[in-house]
Design a protein around this ligand. Sequence first.
Ligand code: NAD
Length: 498
Amino acid sequence: MTKHIHHWIGGKTVEGASGNWSPVTDPATGAVTAEVALASTEEVGAAVAAAKEAFTTWGTSSLAQRTAILFRYRALLDARRDDIAALITAEHGKVHSDALGEVARGLEVVELACGITTQIKGELSTQVSNRIDVASIRQPLGVVAGITPFNFPAMVPMWMFPLAIACGNTFILKPSEKDPSSANLLAELASEAGLPDGVLNVVHGDKVAVDALLEHPDVSAVSFVGSTPIARYIHTTASANGKRVQALGGAKNHMLVLPDADLDAAADAAVSAAYGSAGERCMAISAVVALDSIADELVEKIRERAEKIKIGPGTDPTSEMGPLITKVHRDKVASYVTGAAAQGAEVVLDGTGFTVDGFEDGHWIGISLLDKVSTDSDAYRDEIFGPVLCVLRAETYEEGMALINASQYGNGTAVFTRDGGAARRFQLEVQAGMVGVNVPVPVPVGYHSFGGWKDSLFGDHHIYGNDGVHFYTRGKVVTTRWPDPADTPTGVDLGFPQ
Ligand code: NAD
């Protein structure tokens, strides 16, 4: 009997009723392990109705009540780290230690939400004019929706809903249909922590469910994380429907290596950042820009390290890298490697023929390293989202910087150097939202916000941190006069106060 994965609406499992299902696969074996329900417009409507009803009490609940639940939730998540990570590995394929890291980074945002009392404090100016005080406060939006990608099935949802509900909103999560199970566990644990029914709902689905959320008049705001074309669509459509929207898109993250860098440290960093999670990270380094004088030595150091990476099922504790999410994606990633030589690249490592004994039907691909890649090749221009690292060469710092800034994307970037002046110049000149100095994957901690520039983010709010609190609340300014009992009436005055 095929296992079915259902929705979580109003604090309980609600069976999918549309008759449409999508297969969920174990990427290590290629076997279909479950089918996930794809919600109809009506089922999404039921979730929105549950969230709207819950908002009537949750939106005015006390901060003490909300944070008590969030602290309990934090403890439950902490206790169930392994279970959440196991679900991620079973459906995404990443190795268990990496899945645990994903849960840890999501927990950071839950911890931030536990401290919402200080984040959401308003501002007060007293006696701005005679007997007049002005207060700025922030209030929740209502029902908000989150649409998330396959590559971080637990962390990216946790970038969104903990802060949204801490701010007093109710939430509908539409996770990726490729690895949906961890989202359900996150919602069940929130109920166990005491979150009232309907405050956090999970609706599974595809474009039909997404469009229903984008068009529903009772959805006030949409947070999206995924690929650039869909991010652009979400931003345009949700904005046209009058919703607040933040839509984080794809990336091509560059690492500039200057001649004075510690080349061993740079090679370690490039290999970890390019091939971790099989390159299926929006902050993966996918292009190393090496200055000519050190390029040959750096490529050799990267090659030596990359070819030692142990690839295998995510459940094997000795595996360092797992399979790709689907067979179709595996074949697409392989096509960039096979096409690279014809477009002028030197193929230093070719992972396209790789497989794992006993797991021949898994979505395997080995490590690929392409050198002397040109900026007009497909392997450079597209976000490959696999274990393929491109090396480009530049004569000078200025040429390297111009190359990075010409990219359509601006998510993360890094410079490797021992020269503080060069690093300072880099961080000011580079067009990207997150910059690492000798740090290859500069994902901001929970209390700073995450977001890119250019085609890596549509909308003006980054996600989590202060930007997250601002995104999930709207400002109100209250001007108050309490006359002193001794005051006499001022009379009518039609002019502006001078
Ligand atoms: P995706 O854009 O295919 O899917 C993301 C979500 O959108 C899923 O929930 C999916 O069901 C939905 N969706 C897909 N097609 C749709 C359509 N036509 N209409 C409406 N909804 C649709 O992305 P993915 O393949 O799941 O994830 C990988 C991508 O996400 C990569 O491009 C990666 O860089 C990006 N990503 C970005 C960040 C970031 O913070 N910028 C973080 C993680 C992943």
